[in-house]
Design a binder for this molecule. Structure first.
Ligand SMILES: [Zn+2]
Length: 468
């Protein structure tokens, strides 16, 4: 500003300072933490019910991609997810591990379920392998009803850390046993268990399905079973392992939304003491590990519909806190990749993903089982493939390995959509936190993931029915 004289500089400075002060005054009035309006009071009120929601492996680029996918699919949509309006902050994800500073789902779930950080693989135990008390145990001590609804096997890291204790997430049969054996005041810790993982319950050495049945649980094996079930307690295991991706799922297998609604209907009956529900879109992570953008978008969609059902319940009920977050990001997914050119445009393109009728996992399996590459690709993909794309898959098919074929099909979708991946594992950045309903104020800001558990304990232990 060499051309301004001293007087003009002072005048300009004064104008800028005044504008800044005005902006600060206006903003601070707008978001004043000391404001005592009704909305703020509602935020700090103690909720009766809690729905804690995890998008496993759902980092910000995945959410951004899903918004774009959704907008393209329903041209009328605003391009936002149902949880976007409720963003309250971000949380850290790192474990307390002598070797690792990137978390796995076990350490992240332990942090959120117990308020304490631990090593990767740990299921609600500390470094000394001692059990860490979980919010679900506190909920049972407060006589709340409890439910887990997930798209993985119910013994997977997240539900395991909220409901059981183990030195390793890999001990799935022990984890299944603990869902039955570990009790609070003589009661099973989780009243409603819905997801996959039948193989860990119906075993040669122990039949936990029968044991749960004898103990009064309704046993559900298909979506139709929801119509006829009458018990307050349910064990619904709909596939042997985790549920197939929503886009590939057999008809008898419920959506995450089907399971969420069934659980909420049951939890809301004779609901004197409130409930705690864990809802997880578990297989967003699985698709991320596979670097499968088609599977990831399918899981995000399945997850969003379930979250919508939870939010609808909370909006009607007005006594329910809903927290939505992720445990970490998976795959190093990036919204845009491979040096977009003036010819292709500077974009991430959801159109090729929408043209897939099944995931590359599904298609690769068909090819590995002997179906022709041409037939499988043409039946399941709604755009015309180039000769190079087809020959790339044919070359992979010669290996006979489904995983090699899968990667070759995924490459087609990645290249056409400009999706990038950097790893088959997790990445360590912070993830978003969303909250709706009474009690949401405690989740605001940049928080450590242990704050989730600490907040949940505080809410549950302040209940008048809490008896430790
Ligand atoms: Zn994972």
């Amino acid at each position: 500003m060499g051309y301004l004289n001293r007087k003009n500089r002072i005048l300009l400075f004064t104008i800028i300072l005044t504008a800044l002060m005005l902006a600060v005054m206006l903003t601070s009035h707008y978001v004043s933490p000391t404001s005592t309006n009704a909305a703020d009071k509602k935020q700090t009120k103690t909720p009766k019910n809690i729905i804690f929601i995890v998008g496993d492996g759902m980092g910000m680029p995945m959410i951004k991609a899903y918004r774009t996918f959704k907008q393209e699919k329903h041209s009328s949509a605003k391009g936002q997810t149902v949880w976007d309006p409720y963003l309250v902050g971000m949380q850290t994800t790192h474990p307390d591990d002598p070797r690792d500073n990137i978390t796995d789902s076990a350490a992240a779930a332990t942090a959120m379920a117990t308020g304490k950080k631990t090593y990767n693989n740990a299921i609600a135990v500390n470094h000394e392998k001692e059990p860490l008390r979980s919010v679900v145990e506190a909920a049972k001590e407060a006589r709340m009803k409890t439910a887990f609804v997930v798209s993985s096997d119910i013994t997977d890291a997240t539900p395991a850390a909220f409901g059981t204790h183990n030195v390793s997430r890999k001990n799935k049969e022990q984890i299944a046993d603990h869902f039955f054996d570990e009790k609070i005041n003589g009661e099973h810790k989780v009243d409603i268990l819905l997801g996959g993982g039948m193989q860990y319950f119906d075993r040669k050495d122990r039949n936990l399905v029968q044991e749960f049945k004898k103990s009064g649980y309704s046993i559900l094996r298909s979506k139709d079973d929801f119509k006829s079930q009458s018990s307050k307690q349910m064990l619904g295991l709909f596939q042997e392992d985790e549920l197939d991706r929503a886009i590939d799922r057999p008809k008898h297998v419920p959506t995450l939304k089907d399971m969420t609604q069934a659980a909420l209907t049951q939890l809301n009956q004779d609901n004197q003491h409130g409930f705690f529900m864990l809802l997880e879109g578990s297989t967003i992570d699985s698709a991320g590990h596979e670097n499968d953008v088609v599977g990831a978008m399918s899981e995000m969609e399945d997850f969003e519909k379930a979250v919508q059902a939870a939010l609808q319940f909370a909006k009607k009920d007005q006594e329910t806190l809903v927290v939505i977050t992720a445990d970490h990001s998976t795959g190093g997914f990036s919204f845009g990749a491979d040096g977009m050119t003036s010819e292709t445009g500077y974009k991430w393109d959801p159109a090729p993903i929408l043209a897939a009728k099944k995931t590359p996992v599904y298609m690769a399996k068909k090819i590995a089982d002997g179906q022709s590459v041409n037939e499988v690709l043409h039946t399941n993909i709604d755009f015309s493939l180039t000769t190079e794309e087809i020959s790339q898959v044919e070359k992979a098919a010669q290996s006979g390995h489904a995983s090699t074929i899968q990667l070759s099909i995924q490459r087609i979708f990645d290249q056409r959509s400009f999706s990038g991946w950097t790893t088959f594992a997790h990445t360590g950045e912070d993830v978003p936190v969303y909250a709706y309903g009474p009690g949401k104020a405690a989740f605001q800001g940049w928080i450590d993931n242990t704050k989730q558990g600490k907040n949940l304990f505080q809410i549950i232990e302040s209940s008048s029915t809490y008896r430790p």
